[in-house]
Design a protein around this ligand. Structure first.
Ligand code: G3P
Ligand code: CA
Length: 315
């Protein structure tokens, strides 16, 4: 139904086509099942897969020797023991940058939970995975289960990486292509906050992969908070990944996205961090999926979103 509604708008807007896997409401496992296990670990991704997520989300940064690794930040100290393992390797700003460490060094780090009250701090042994390891896990599970779960990689700070001498966009496309992710029907969405990186992927590097423009509430992205801004996004991306608050704060925002044929994938729904006045994540899921007609949501608790969609016959 979604495609039937939006294709005329796409054609009118001259926008790119919707990816084939876009129909129906879907669940994106935000940093894996990060409500239950430390984010961006193979264990968190595997749990998300088992909970029925449609897409697994790794955030990506580069190591010193050019490997794409799954990590939320360009810095390491929020989710690893880098301070204890590598004292003195921080920069003048007192942060430990992933780009200053080889993959071999990064693999010695222990990953721990970021959020208080979730998985016990520094219990069990988790490590930073490479993009290749994430893909091999998801594709391996697709083989053993017969499902077709997709990948939803986020390129973190391509401009920072470019200044450090890395072409992150090309590197990511190379790895994805090596594992069979190419063309508009690939079971993947490439997401980024930086419009220039996505425009480059689409127009300069010539990729036809499904692309999602992430949009925060920051004034730095105010150009994307308008109808004209979203019209521009539709020239290079298949959808938007807005901060969920934008849908409530900007009247008509979801409608503008629809007008230009853009998918709507808001972030981030968390059972243990609900908006004021919201009693349960199911209440919030209903609001985002139904009142704002989101096609998919990023959530730390994929099991709850899957159950909600199934109970409402929405997937
Ligand atoms: O990529 C969607 C959402 O994850 C963006 O926020 O900071 O959690 O990567 P962040
Ligand atoms: Ca992300």
């Amino acid at each position: 139904m979604r495609n039937l509604i939006t294709i005329p708008a796409l054609l009118l807007a001259g926008a790119v086509a919707l990816p084939a896997g876009a129909a129906g409401k879907q669940v994106i496992a935000h940093r894996g099942a990060s409500g239950y296990l430390p984010e961006h670990t193979l264990e968190a991704y595997a749990l998300a897969y088992g909970q029925g997520a449609d897409f697994i989300e790794p955030d990506l940064v580069l190591s010193k020797d050019g490997h794409l690794i799954a990590l939320h930040d360009i810095h390491l100290e929020s989710t690893t023991d880098v301070e204890e393992r590598f004292p003195g390797r921080q920069r003048a700003d007192r942060k430990w940058y992933a780009a200053d460490f080889s993959l071999e060094e990064l693999k010695t780090l222990r990953v721990h939970e970021r959020v208080k009250g979730r998985f016990p701090h520094m219990k069990s042994r988790f490590e930073i995975p490479t993009l290749e390891e994430v893909i091999e896990l998801v594709q391996g599970l697709n083989t053993t289960t017969g499902r077709d779960v997709g990948l939803y990689p986020e390129l973190k700070q391509p401009t920072f990486h470019r200044k450090a001498g890395f072409d992150m966009e090309t590197k990511a496309l190379e790895v994805l292509a090596r594992y069979g992710y190419s063309g508009p029907d690939a079971r993947v969405f490439v997401q980024c906050f930086e419009p220039d990186a996505l425009r480059r992927i689409r127009h300069e590097l010539g990729s036809t992969l499904p692309l999602i423009q992430l949009i925060s509430g920051s004034s730095r992205q105010r150009d994307l908070h308008t109808r004209d801004g979203l019209k521009g996004v539709a020239e290079y991306a298949n959808g938007i990944g807005p901060d969920k608050k934008l849908l409530d704060d900007i009247p008509g925002y979801a409608g503008w996205a629809r007008e230009f044929g853009l998918l709507i994938h808001p972030y981030t729904l968390r059972a243990d961090d609900l908006p004021k006045g919201t009693a349960t994540i199911e209440e919030e899921l209903r609001h985002i999926y139904l009142n704002h007609d989101a096609d998919a949501v990023f959530t730390d608790h994929p099991d709850r979103a899957v159950k909600f969609l199934e109970s409402e016959n929405l997937r």
